[in-house]
Design a protein around this ligand. Structure first.
Ligand code: VAH
Length: 315
């Protein structure tokens, strides 16, 4: 049985569906601390669960014979800067509960997402390699870097098979943005189909590594299905989809909606974006478990602008 923690979030909404498609809906239990997420899961079981309540998580693991946990719950970069201690507590204590419970219950596999936010302002910005310098300047990035080392520690010390991916900015149309610095790239599509203008909170030439949600789900499924012997990175794998600037995504949308207007009003999130790489080298993931992204910017924009209008009423 598979447990998804934070299933109601951007990645969880789509990954849970993919897990149910692959393993059967009766094999998946979606959980979120918000009861309102229940409406997203009419195809599998849903339970409210707060990952900070270790006892409650432990009881669920035993009662439902859980063998794998996908721990997605986290506070993202922009929101994290508004309440650093809450972000640190949520992101770290949540992960440590899952790692401890995995050890105690001898769980088969754990997935936990890291982020390119583990890199900082003095990391090489182009094609940033797996082992580049990491001096994160956001609480979110600090918590993800610390979390990566905890994952490696639990693998080396207790043999917990925890696997991780350093996601770039993830872009999906099936859930609203979640407080990330890259989430302008989610919001812009919603404004475009409403024929409204869009004000971007980053400068137009801010290049960031990004990935379409289908690629993120595919990478997760592939990583988790790979034989343990092929997983040579036990902190977290760089994975890359594409890199673009706000101007480029605006132009890709304008090729479908010529009247769509975008203006730029950078705010505190510009400093966060400026501390991150512009593009990522993911050779390790390609070599170790055959990773390869499918979506570039034109393909993603066509997909979202085609599907979002008929999906919008679900949001
Ligand atoms: C954020 N979407 O903006 C997340 C992600 C690389 C960005 O970690 O915080």
């Amino acid at each position: 049985k598979l447990l998804v923690i934070g299933a109601g979030g951007q990645l969880g909404t789509e990954l849970t569906q993919s897990l149910a498609n692959t393993y059967g809906s009766e094999a998946v239990i979606a959980t979120d601390f918000q009861e309102s997420a229940r409406s997203k899961f009419n195809y599998c079981r849903f339970k409210t669960l707060n990952v900070l309540d270790k006892e409650a998580v432990g009881k669920l693991l035993q009662k439902d014979q859980i063998t794998q946990v996908y721990h997605l719950a986290a506070i993202l970069s922009a929101t994290g800067e508004k309440d650093p201690m809450q972000a640190w507590d949520m992101n770290m204590r949540g992960l440590l509960h899952v790692l401890e419970l995995a050890r105690e219950n001898k769980l088969e596999k754990i997935f936990w997402p890291s982020s390119i936010a583990v890199f900082g302002p003095n990391t090489p910005k182009q094609k940033t390699p797996q082992d580049a310098l990491k001096n994160p300047t956001t609480v979110y990035g600090i918590s993800k870097l610390a979390g990566e080392h905890w994952c490696e520690y639990y693998f080396n010390t207790y043999g917990v098979d925890v696997r991780s991916l350093r996601f770039p900015g993830l872009i999906g149309y099936k859930s609203l943005a979640g407080g990330g610095t890259t989430d302008y790239a989610v919001d812009i599509y919603h404004q475009a189909i409403r024929e409204q203008s869009f004000t971007c909170f980053l400068q137009e030439d801010t290049y960031l590594p990004m990935m379409y949600m289908d690629d993120a789900v595919q990478a997760t499924m592939q990583l988790m299905a790979a034989p343990a012997s092929s997983i040579r990175v036990r902190t977290s794998y760089n994975v890359s989809g594409m890199s673009f600037s706000p101007r480029e995504i605006a132009e890709s949308i304008q090729s479908h909606h010529p009247n769509f207007q975008v203006q730029y009003a950078p705010d505190f999130r510009q400093q966060i974006a400026d501390s991150w790489p512009s593009s990522i080298n993911d050779d390790c993931a390609r070599n170790d478990w055959g990773w390869k992204a499918e979506f570039d910017l034109p393909k993603m924009t066509t997909e979202i602008l085609t599907k979002l209008p008929s999906y919008i009423h679900n949001l």
